[in-house]
Every structure is written in C-alpha cells, then in structure tokens.
Design a binder for this molecule. Structure first.
Ligand code: ATP
Ligand code: MG
Length: 506
C-alpha cells in the first residue's frame, strides 16, 4: 500500500525566454529522502525554488497533504515548514553567525537587540546539531566557506521544518562535516521530515536516498527506488550518453619548475609552505576546509600579502614579487576561485563579457573591442566546454551553477596563462561536465602548463593529479607522488595537524 504523499506536483512547468521545466509530475512522501539529480542546467534548482516559494511556476499545480499549495513567497512556504538551503549561500557576511541564524525573529526588548540571549540561543542550537566549534559571535564573512555552508543549513533547522531541500549541500564540506550532515538527515527522517537532496555526487545519493529522480533538459526522465539502482544506471539516465573516461597523460621530460613556492607564510593560516610544479604537471592540494589551501593560493596570486617566503617563476634564480592579482596575471598566473559568486563573475553581464574579461588584449585593437572576434572566441570555448545557455548574450546570473563555473574556466582557458591555480574547479559541476573540465585541464598540462588544484573531493584529485600535497593546520604536511597515495593515507595526513586540538576529528 503506498502512503499518502506529503507533497504532490502535477504538470509543473517554467519558461523564461525558453522553457526550462516542462510538465513535471512528482510525489514526495513523509520521512523520505528524494534525491534530485541531472546534468548542469537540467532544472533541479528551478524546480526546488518553485516548491520553496522563490519562483512562481508558469504552469501546473501542487498539493500539500491534499490541499492546494501555491506559495506566494519564500516566507509563505517557510510558514508551512518548507525550507530550502540554496546552492549559492545567502548569508549576510557582516552580521554574526547568531544574527544570521535568527534573522527575522531576533530577540528584542523595547527595540533593543538582546545580544546575550541571542548568542546563547545560537550556541545551544548549534551544539544540538554538532556545530559547537563555531563561535556564534563571529561575523559570517570571516568563516571559511565550508562553515558558512553549515551555518546556512543550521538556519533552516530552526523552527518548523517539514520539508528540507538541500541544493548541493556538500560541495564545500569536509568528509567529517558530511558525516555530521548525514547524521542530521537521519534524525530528521526519524522525525518524519521529508528531504529533497540535490547532488552531483552519486556516492552520497546512493548512501542516503530512498528514491532518486532524474531530470534532463527540464524534463522528468524517471523516479525510481534507490535500492536496486546502480550509479551507472543513474548516470545513463542523466546524461543519455557515455561519459568520457579521462586519459592518462604521458609524463613530460624533466624540466625546471614553472612555479616554485619557498617557505611561504602568512600567520596563522599558512606556515612555511614549499613546493614546486613543473611544466606539464598537475599538482593537487588536499586538506580539510580551513587548513589554509585557499589562503595559500591567494598568496601565490597576490590577493593577500605573505609575511615571509618567496615565489620563483619559470625556473628563474631570483624570486618574483607578486604584490597584486594584476601583477600575477601579468606574470602569466591565473586563478579560478572557489566562490564564483563574490569573486569571479559579473552576474548581470553576458557570457561573452565574462569570458573575455581577463583577455581584453586578445579582443581589442588599439583599445577598441572587436565584438565579432570576442563572440567567436567565446563560441568556440562554449562549445568545447559544452556551456548550456540560451544565447551567448545571456547574463551569467541566469545560468545554472555548473554552467557558471564553466564560464570561469573558459575565461582562463582563453587567457592562456602558464600557471593556473584552481580552487574547487568542479564545485557543483555534473559528471559529464566534470569529465569535460578534466579533459581541458589535461590538455593544458599536455601543452606544458603548470596546474595547482585545490579540491575537497579526494577522488577527483586522485584521478587527475600527478602529485598530491596535503595541508593540515596551515602546513603542507606531506606530498605523495601518483601511485603512492590511498584515500586513507591522504585523510590521515589531512587530520594530522589537528590531532592535539581536535581529537573528535581523528
Ligand atoms: N532567471 C532565469 N532566466 C533565464 N533562464 C534561467 C533563469 N534561471 C534559470 N534559468 C535556466 O534554467 C535552466 C535550469 O537551471 P537550474 O539552475 O535549475 O539548473 P540545475 O539543474 O540546478 O543545474 P546545476 O547542476 O548547474 O545547478 C538553465 O538552462 C538556466 O540557464
Ligand atoms: Mg542548481
């Protein structure tokens, strides 16, 4: 006997300039985890936002426990217990963790914010969900992006929650934090809360979903029980084609390192880090969120100042000072940042503008933009990377998360830099597109460039890197050549620097 569905969708559609969702029928039961998967741009976030009241559907109807459900706003949906943690974080960086958690219902007396009470409430709530290591008084903007994500999730668990939608929640979490999240999900299920879980990580989907729903190009392909479905089955439904396997690159002859980092420090986040990367090499950096990986890349790129240490480029004997990102770019260094929303993309500008941003010299003649050339170059890259868009003039903010990431990559591919620093390059990118991005990275390496990749996805690093350095508590604790690493040894190295401070993490 099938249970009465908690939520029912019939014929849901959404069109902007073109249809992006068509005729979606779906049910969600109480206390189940429904995974929502599909390639970048398939419509997962759009469908979720319709359910969470952020977007109005163009057609179709919804029912909540057999009553018609048509939320007018996010607030209206939240009042009914329907909450969504968005793919892009929506916290206010200058407010404290506690203020972000209780925004909209801050404790007040006679118009004054009761800070002590607020911080105590926040501390209690966070402890209950295993986040007691975050200080509720700290401004959110000072937290690493992984912790910001956890705060965002914590916020959704305050008050009435009947249905929780998590859009790519683990993209920036460490394995330890993911375990914590999964414990939370299990507890919510036990309380008969329904969950929609969006992820490109099929291992996670397999671990926690009861059923899996696959979307492709805005259409519902199939919803089936997770039990009895393999990851390969799901990929086939998602992609409708075979995914390219990445090729093993030939090892290049030994050469002087293109990038050498010598005892680079910025207290307390980066401490005496040294490594080198040769032409043709992909050097991976593993480590927990907060271990100093992003900060290290920022130092190399001149976005922050080092206290001490030096950077040598192109095998030169004397160090190259890199006081600013402009200087880094001038010296042939590119960087793809982990947070595309605030650091990389001009969301209201077109794909063409965003792609050619770092390369204006290739598309300008004596200072005049050559629109045709600009467009042609962008078209070529959009095809290579399979960027799904309506037109190249479309604002980047309208693209799906994974496609935005491809635009960032396209920009640096076009720039043709010698050293490319990539911070979580496939965050939120689907399996097919990931394979495309790996291929591009391998192609760049084969062209003799040096790549440094930070990723929280160990399998990704193990697949594409020649060597992997592991950071822990600000230090590069160990470097493994290909063939000498295993997931377990990498993880042990990542935790090693914290063994005294944080025994619960080992
Ligand atoms: N405001 C908008 N205007 C025009 N098109 C939009 C808008 N928002 C989304 N789209 C389009 O709708 C489609 C579905 O996007 P959506 O963000 O739902 O994809 P997704 O499945 O969540 O992808 P990803 O895995 O990359 O996050 C995309 O082609 C996107 O470009
Ligand atoms: Mg999305």
């Amino acid at each position: 006997m099938s249970p009465t569905p908690y939520l029912r969708l019939a014929g849901i559609g959404k069109r902007y300039a073109t249809p992006v969702l068509s005729d979606i029928d779906l049910t969600l039961n109480r206390g189940e985890v429904l995974a929502l998967t599909g390639e970048n741009g398939a419509g997962k976030s759009t469908l979720s936002k319709i359910v969470a009241g952020l977007i109005e559907p163009s057609s179709g109807e919804m029912w909540l426990e057999d009553a018609p459900y048509r939320p007018e706003s996010r607030h209206a949906a939240e009042k009914l217990g329907i909450r969504m943690v968005m793919q892009e974080l929506s916290l206010l960086p200058t407010l404290s963790v506690a203020e972000n958690l209780y925004l909209g219902h801050l404790p007040q007396r006679a118009g004054f914010l009761r800070t002590t009470e607020l911080n105590a409430m926040a501390a209690e709530h966070m402890a209950a969900i295993g986040l007691d290591r975050i200080d509720p008084r700290q401004p959110v903007g000072e937290l690493g992006i992984g912790h910001q994500q956890m705060v965002e999730i914590a916020r959704s668990l305050i008050g009435n929650c009947q249905l929780l939608i998590l859009d790519e929640p683990t993209a920036m979490l460490t394995p330890h934090e993911i375990d914590r999240l999964f414990e939370q999900i299990a507890q919510l299920k036990a309380k008969k809360v329904s969950l929609v879980y969006i992820s490109h990580r099929l291992g996670e989907v397999e671990a926690i979903a009861d059923r899996v729903c696959v979307l492709r190009d805005g259409h519902h392909v199939e919803t089936r029980p997770m039990a009895g479905s393999s990851q390969d089955d799901i990929v086939r439904l998602m992609v409708g084609r075979d995914v390219l396997a990445s090729t093993i690159r030939p090892t290049l002859p030994p050469a002087a390192p293109l990038l050498r980092v010598d005892a680079l420090s910025r207290a307390p986040v980066v401490q005496e880090v040294s490594f080198e990367v040769r032409p043709g090499e992909i050097f991976g950096i593993a480590g927990l969120v907060g271990s100093g990986r992003t900060e290290l890349l920022r130092l190399i790129f001149g976005a922050d100042r080092a206290d001490s240490g030096a950077i040598y480029l192109h095998g030169e004997a004397s160090p190259t000072p890199i006081p600013s990102p402009q200087e880094a770019v001038h010296r042939g260094i590119g960087m793809i940042t982990e947070d595309r929303k605030s650091q990389s993309l001009l969301l209201d500008k077109s794909i063409v503008v965003n792609t050619t941003l770092a390369t204006l010299n290739r598309v300008t003649r004596r200072g005049w933009l050559k629109p045709l050339r600009e467009r042609a170059l962008t078209r070529e890259l959009a095809d290579t990377l399979d960027i799904r868009c309506h037109t190249l003039e479309q604002a980047v903010g309208e693209l799906s998360g994974g496609n935005q990431q491809k635009v960032v990559l396209a920009r640096w591919l076009l720039r043709d830099c010698d050293v490319l620093l990539l911070d979580e390059p496939t965050r939120g990118v689907d399996i097919g597109a990931r394979a495309d991005i790996y291929q591009q990275m391998e192609k760049m390496a084969a062209d003799g460039k040096a790549l440094v990749v930070v990723s929280s996805d160990l399998r990704e690093l193990m697949e594409i890197c020649d060597r992997i350095g592991v950071m822990s508590a600000g230090r590069l604790v160990k470097t493994f050549p290909r063939g000498e690493w295993e997931q377990q040894t990498l993880l042990e190295a990542a935790f090693s620097g914290y063994s005294k401070q944080a025994p619960q993490q080992s």
